[in-house]
Design a protein around this ligand. Structure first.
Ligand code: 7RM
Length: 660
């Protein structure tokens, strides 16, 4: 990625910054903050291993480690010789410290049912369910598959696995039977934990039927445990005699206490499958001691968590890594009270989120830019009328957040008084890597700012030379405690995918840019970079300049094959409520991009659509839009949240005159 490639886009960001849009931590915010001290960066830089050892020291260990790090690229071993148990760190030690009555989860079901679960209750459930698993033949080192809706039984199942030293593999409840089957088979899981169904926009998702279809092709499964959620709302649940058991029946007969296994720091904690460039999903392996150390530290530091008073809500799904690290392990390790919400933001009404924040007095909100842009699209009616004054810190994750959405989040949701932390990380990194510290870092809207203490990120060019200013490939130069330990049963693919492109470096697959002051700006996956007449233009920056226009709620940009320019920029745009899809509007938007970035970035075509195709975790599927723009058959659409959206876009784009 050459510097000149980014010149036009770079100018856009400088323009933006020249408006002096900088956001220092609000006055008085640092008072009593968990991390209020810049010296953390310096201490960590001077002695990264010492820094991480200090963080590991805030966990409870049966046996202390003798070596902080053994590093033989690409294999890291952290806290070697140390033994611990994750459920003990997330539960027992808080109860032992007298915090058993503290709320672990405020559960809010989609239909409006609620349950409050204290740390003592969560521990009791986890111990019982750990015994259930043992009774079903699960042993230390085995794998357990979990396919559940966002109900309290899901973290219970995960924590019960950690108690007995089994690795879990959570498969997102929106995945198909085939996707579930492939993941079970890759891990050779012994037991599958699921539910009769899940609620989604008032309808039942037939989880058990999907599970049955998957298990029909998954010979390793000996037992299926079924939690009750939707009951007979959707007809009776099929149960296979001798294989399937109801959660409640097993719990009723289980021993209430379960000794925790003393696990090695490097033992496998869980597998989480993520799609790569090939059809076969990658089984990302996470460890026990290093992973828990970094998720606990980052959760505390990045969100400035005060567990005794905060109500924290990460609105992701536990089926993704964000939920693993920042709904389950990080918050529980820190003794935090969290909201656990089963449903979507628009059910039964478009103010569901703001209602939840108001009722639970949520003080920390962590969500994805796609949610924020959706709210912007819904317009000024929401969140009007709700008291959001309890909010203190706002987080963003999953995609680059454009400056417009950042500013709207800061102003409209945070009332201009909450630091916004944009957090860059990956399933593979396990924990947040690049983010501001809310009591310390002056933010620039749209920038994830700097690598966290203990983390070293650098940009490099095509030749692997370090880039000090401008665009490059994002790499990590040192091992970190929560890093993936490999791809399940595929060490070669692990080395090849992450550690071979640039010598001695982990290559994240993202492009980024460093501005004059050393702030990092994420530009999306490098495969999202367009090439128009030899100019490399980032989809993110064109999208960002489109969303900068007051009429635009959300935009997705792709480079489609073009005979003259190599690629042509096609923009799919969702307008804010009340705006009309006219060709003048399209012209206006093309002009706006040309003004902000330069004529080279002017979209050839603007296609208006009410929705964009997104994965179920909220990432825009640009590949599908590219297929549409190039008139190709759509490839794999299994991860789409709503397949009808692409059909609609296909219809719209076939009607669209191409503007020259
Ligand atoms: C946590 C998560 C990882 C990919 C990553 C990026 C993109 C995530 C940000 C971001 C810009 C961010 N894990 N990404 N966070 N891009 N700014 N703050 O999303 O494995 O599902 O995805 O997501 O491209 O490589 S993930």
């Amino acid at each position: 990625m050459s510097d000149s490639a980014h010149e036009p886009a770079h100018a856009a960001i400088s323009d933006f910054l020249s408006e002096e849009r900088r956001f220092p931590p609000p006055e008085g915010f640092a008072e009593g903050a968990v991390v209020s001290d810049r010296s953390l960066y310096e201490r960590a830089e001077a002695d990264p291993e010492g820094f991480w050892a200090e963080q590991a020291g805030s966990l409870e260990w049966f046996q202390k480690w003798h070596t902080v790090l053994e590093w033989e690229l690409p294999n890291a071993r952290w806290f070697v010789g140390g033994t611990l148990n994750v459920s003990v760190n997330c539960l027992d030690r808080h109860v032992a410290a007298g915090l058993g009555e503290r709320v672990a989860y405020y559960f809010e079901g989609e239909p409006g049912d609620t349950r409050t679960i204290s740390y003592a209750e969560l521990l009791a459930d986890v111990e019982r369910f750990a015994n259930v698993l043992k009774g079903l033949g699960v042993r230390r080192g085995d794998r357990v598959a979990i396919y559940m809706p966002m109900i309290p039984e899901l973290p219970v199942a995960m924590l019960a696995c950690t108690r007995i030293g089994a690795a879990h593999s959570v498969v997102f409840g929106g995945f198909s039977p085939d996707a579930l089957r492939d993941r079970i088979n890759d891990a050779a899981a012994k037991v599958l934990i699921t539910a009769d169904g899940g609620w989604r926009r008032g309808a039942v998702v037939a989880l058990k039927e999907n599970a049955d279809a998957a298990v029909a092709g998954a010979p390793s499964i000996e037992h299926v445990v079924v939690a009750r959620r939707t009951g007979d709302a959707d007809g009776p649940t099929p149960m296979t005699e001798g294989r399937d058991e109801w959660w409640d029946d097993l719990m009723a007969g289980a021993d209430p206490s379960c000794e925790p296994e003393q696990m090695e720091a490097e033992d496998l904690l869980y597998l989480l499958y993520t799609s790569g460039t090939t059809a076969k999903p990658k089984g990302i392996m996470h460890s026990t001691g290093g992973y828990l150390t970094q998720v606990a530290f980052t959760h505390r530091a990045v969100f400035d968590v005060h567990p005794e008073s905060d109500v924290y809500w990460c609105a992701a799904d536990i089926g993704w890594v964000t939920g693993h690290s920042y709904i389950v392990y990080g918050p529980l390790a820190n003794g935090t009270s969290s909201v656990l919400y089963e449903g979507t933001p628009d059910f039964p009404d478009k103010d569901r989120w703001w209602d939840i924040i108001e009722r639970y007095r949520v003080s920390i909100l962590y969500c994805a830019p796609t949610a924020i842009r959706t709210f912007m699209k819904w317009g000024a009616e929401y969140p009007d009328g709700h008291d959001l004054s309890s909010l203190r810190v706002l987080g963003s994750v999953g995609e680059p957040i454009n400056p417009e959405a950042w500013t709207w989040y800061w102003q409209t949701i945070g009332g201009g008084k909450c630091p916004v932390v944009d957090t860059w990380w990956q399933t593979e990194t396990g924990a947040i890597m690049i983010a501001p510290l809310p009591a310390v870092t002056t933010c620039k809207p749209g920038s994830a700012t700097f690598a966290l203490p203990g983390i070293s990120a650098e940009l490099v060019d095509d030749a692997g030379e370090v880039v000090e200013r401008g665009g490059g490939y994002l790499t990590l130069t040192r091992p970190w405690p929560a890093m993936l330990r490999g791809l399940y049963q595929d060490p070669e693919r692990y080395r090849e995918t992450y550690w071979s492109r640039f010598e001695g470096r982990y290559f994240a697959g993202d492009g980024a840019k460093l501005d004059e002051e050393g702030y990092l700006w994420l530009l999306g996956r490098v495969d999202d970079v367009m090439n128009v007449s030899g100019h490399r233009i980032s989809t993110t920056e064109v999208e960002s300049s489109l969303v900068d226009h007051p009429s635009v709620a959300e935009a997705a940009v792709v480079g489609a094959k073009d005979e003259t320019t190599g690629q042509a920029i096609i923009a799919f745009v969702t307008l804010r409520g009340g705006q009309e899809h006219t060709s003048e509007r399209g012209e206006d938007l093309r002009r706006h991009v040309a003004k902000l970035i330069g004529p080279i970035a002017r979209p050839k075509t603007v296609i208006f659509t009410d929705e964009l195709p997104k994965t179920r975790s909220g990432k825009i599927m640009r590949r599908l839009l590219k297929d549409v723009a190039e008139g190709r058959d759509l490839g794999d659409t299994t991860t789409l949240a709503d397949p009808l959206v692409v059909e609609e876009i296909r219809r719209l784009s076939s009607q669209q005159p191409t503007e020259e």
